[in-house]
Design a protein around this ligand. Structure first.
Ligand code: HEM
Ligand code: HEM
Length: 235
């Protein structure tokens, strides 16, 4: 569970291990690339697909890292009890909010939500069809109706939900900075926050980084196998 974090000067605690930070900034770069290439279409679609496969690998990696990653990246530290989220919102409204060392209860919900949105976006992309020159690698595995539904979701629903999530995410960062003076962004670069509570630090040693590398390799291999499945009907 997240513990309140006092704002006075205090020793730094490693909160986001290097793999979590690299995951985050790689995800940001790929999602931005996907929005650009998706809207450009045409010759950019093979790049769109490659970036999409990378995002799927990253999300699978993050799911695994939620079980074996640094202390504050683990799902066991995500406070998903709805009452906690409501209490957190109330504390903000009453101005008695206290900063958290890990994800706050709303942040934990938000992370879960974006992982689901990214899975839906990549899954729908894998079977989508732009009806010009590009089809997702698994489109032959599903019916024509499912291809249309997935393409509709990908373009008309998933894209908008993701853009909305990103906007809310950025607003949350600015809000925390302006309202509470918390610089969450610098922690996503340095990995550290300050705390006088002697909170458990996230392990971020070579051993943990090798484990992350193996998780990423396994995730990427799984995605490679998935997207290279033979087309249904091909000899
Ligand atoms: C998180 C991952 C992804 C994001 C954020 C994303 C985003 C987008 C965006 C913004 C568009 C343009 C939609 C429009 O024209 O309004 C698009 C189109 C498209 N994407 Fe993705 N995409 C992702 C993953 C994938 C994957 C993995 C594939 C398949 C390999 C894929 C296949 C397509 C196709 C076929 C279209 C064209 C649909 C059409 O114009 O009819 N996408 N995507
Ligand atoms: C495409 C856009 C973005 C996506 C998809 C995204 C996704 C995510 C995800 C999944 C997390 C959870 C990290 C984890 O526990 O593994 C996160 C956290 C975070 N993101 Fe982003 N992010 C985006 C853009 C940004 C940008 C542009 C910034 C900085 C200006 C930013 C700053 C942060 C920070 C500071 C956190 C940690 C929040 C906390 O302390 O609880 N993100 N983001």
């Amino acid at each position: 569970m997240s513990h309140p974090l006092p704002t006075e000067s205090a020793p730094p605690v490693r909160v986001w291990d290097l793999p979590t930070r690299l995951f985050h900034w790689a995800l940001v770069s790929c999602v931005l690339g996907l929005i650009v290439t998706g809207n450009m279409g045409g010759d950019m679609m093979p790049w769109h697909a490659r970036l999409g496969f990378t995002v799927l690998s990253l999300v699978l990696f993050r799911l695994a890292w939620g079980f074996c990653g640094g202390h504050w990246s683990r799902f066991t530290q995500f406070d998903l009890h709805p009452a906690k989220a409501l209490a957190y919102v109330r504390s903000i409204r009453l101005g008695v909010h206290s900063p958290q060392i890990g994800h706050n209860p709303l942040g934990a919900w938000s992370v879960c939500l974006v992982l689901v949105l990214l899975l839906l976006q990549t899954a729908s992309g894998l079977v989508a069809d732009d009806e010009i020159a590009f089809t997702g690698p698994l489109s032959t595995w599903v019916s024509g109706g499912s291809v249309s539904l997935a393409t509709w979701y990908h373009k008309a629903v998933g894209k908008k939900l993701l853009l909305l999530w990103i906007a809310m995410h950025l607003i949350a960062m600015v809000f925390h900075r302006l309202r509470f003076g918390e610089n969450l962004v610098s922690a996503m670069f340095s990995g550290n926050k300050t705390s006088v509570h002697q909170d458990t630090p996230s392990h971020d040693r070579a051993k943990n980084r090798w484990l992350a590398f193996i998780c990423l390799l396994l995730s990427a291999t799984l995605v490679w196998c998935l997207v290279n499945l033979p087309s249904v009907g091909s000899p």
